[in-house]
Design a binder for this molecule. Structure first.
Ligand SMILES: CC(C)(COP(=O)(O)OP(=O)(O)OC[C@H]1O[C@@H](n2cnc3c(N)ncnc32)[C@H](O)[C@@H]1OP(=O)(O)O)[C@@H](O)C(=O)NCCC(=O)NCCS
Length: 198
């Protein structure tokens, strides 16, 4: 993989975001292979999850395109070793351009919102996106809240399939570069994604 462009490390107040590599497999498996995490994701992900699925995913689906059409970062706490979640961007959209997940024991502390703010800056400032599309299962309250909290607009609902067959629709959100600049202006440079106070 010597000829592949690397993706840059990104930093937030509490996190380092690093391009995922095969060194992350163990921590990725520990946090990701959990029905409470995976059930909210697209039905293209197999469940039960295959034994070597994480290694195969990183080797075959991430590394060959990392930094080209896809950017996959692992979330690492600054003071503790090991990946606790991941966030990725891709183009073209299908229709969405972003995915994320966090190990269950790390929910409820604002880590993903913090990562989302940094990655959204990178998408607009460095990768040249002029808008981003996001989706989440109707009923995935935590994922919905991240979009609502970070300035995106809910533009529709459409049929979609998820690992959890009880989900059958997704919400579609849109965030333009102009909306993001405005949200950032209200939130200030140190924003962690808390609802801006106009
Ligand atoms: C989606 C997912 C990453 C969201 O996790 P999360 O912990 O709710 O999101 P954040 O890390 O941004 O934390 C937000 C929570 O921390 C709280 N919080 C604490 N400090 C905060 C801060 N500084 N900034 C923002 N929120 C903060 C918020 O109030 C919120 O909690 P609440 O929802 O109980 O009110 C996680 O639920 C997950 O991995 N789910 C399974 C996979 C999935 O659904 N992926 C998305 C598919 S579309």
């Amino acid at each position: 993989m010597d000829n592949q462009p690397l993706i840059p490390q990104l930093f937030t107040e509490r996190l380092t975001l690093r391009g995922v590599t095969e060194a992350d497999v163990k921590a990725y498996e520990r946090n990701f292979i959990d029905y409470e995490v995976v059930r909210h994701l697209s039905a293209v992900i197999p469940w039960p999850y295959p034994e070597d699925g994480v290694r195969t995913f990183i080797r075959d689906q991430v590394l060959p395109v990392q930094g080209r059409d896809r950017w996959v970062w692992g979330l690492h706490l600054k003071d503790v070793d090991g990946l606790i979640g991941a966030i990725d961007l891709w183009r073209p959209g299908r229709p969405e351009n972003r995915g994320f997940w966090l190990g269950r024991s790390f929910w409820g502390r604002g880590y993903m919102t913090e990562a989302v703010v940094r990655v959204t800056d990178f998408a607009f400032q460095d990768l040249g996106f002029d808008h981003l599309v996001f989706t989440n299962a109707v009923g995935n309250r935590r994922s919905h809240d991240i979009k609502a909290r970070t300035g995106a607009t809910l533009v529709g609902v459409a049929p979609a399939k998820f690992v959890d067959p009880a989900y059958n629709e997704h919400e579609i959100w849109r965030l333009t570069k102009a909306q993001w600049s405005k949200w950032r202006g209200l939130s200030g440079p140190g924003a962690t994604g808390k609802t801006p106070q106009p």
